[in-house]
Design a protein around this ligand. Sequence first.
Ligand SMILES: [Zn+2]
Ligand SMILES: [Zn+2]
Length: 308
Amino acid sequence: MNLEVFVLGTGGMMPLPGRGLTSVLLRREGDLFLFDCGEGTQIGLRRLNLRWKKITSIFISHTHADHVTGLPGILMLSSQVDRNEPLYIYGPPKIREFVDAMRRTLDMYINYEIVVREVEGGATIVQAEDYAIRTHTLVHTKPCIAYSLEENMRPGIFFPDKAAELGVPRGPLWSQLQSGESVNLPDGSVVRSEQVMGGERKGRKFCFATDTIAAPGLADFARSSDIFICEGMFSDELAETAAEKKHLTAGQAARVARDAEVKQMGLIHYSPRYSDRELKKLLGEAREIFPGTFLTRDLQHIEMPFEE
Ligand SMILES: [Zn+2]
Ligand SMILES: [Zn+2]
């Protein structure tokens, strides 16, 4: 099952020519999960040429304009296709008021159901059959939420040689063993699943955190993520400005990533004061602390393969 990240925008505060506002789309088979939706998010979707009008859910970190003002356009254009499933919008308090007010004042034609859910940190907000989406409280100038999508553990690898060795004939009995059941052989012996299967394997984990300072528990929340998208708005020399505005510097984000032992961290939500070239400085500062850092780029596509 494919799990892919599409970076729609990487900027904070305002969109720039060539740099959209922070927004990330996660695609898992037929499901599309959008994380934040600033002004111009639909341009990123269009440039990536994604069939995006059936977004499953939108997760909003907080109701600052650079994270939500793309919603009216997305909701309006989603009416151009027929859909039977509702569109879910998750976010901290005020997200409902924002969505209601814009629907009312813009007299939007919407041909599908929109379900708004106000959420807090520390919750499992989606429990699907094989993954969960969880929240964590960030520390910003207004209520702000980080999100993670984590897949369940997967069954171990099946060793056909072992099954053959134990006298289990190829066929339905193999499937039974693979699904965790024991099988009875004609000679009366029993073969248990554990005898022919390896240990359970980790699913994949994606985590998205912006805007915040180094919030308590954030490293635990992001623990062992395969991809951790985290704001790194400023260079370390602007640590004071970052603290005042409740944002992370690149180095501070790297400390969280290091403590969380993530596989890779993608910095995002860059201050408009930095040109693309100047972002190398932020990357350098972060890599000194956490070498697995990369700079997210607009329209970047990242595959998230299984470990094995
Ligand atoms: Zn922001
Ligand atoms: Zn903000």
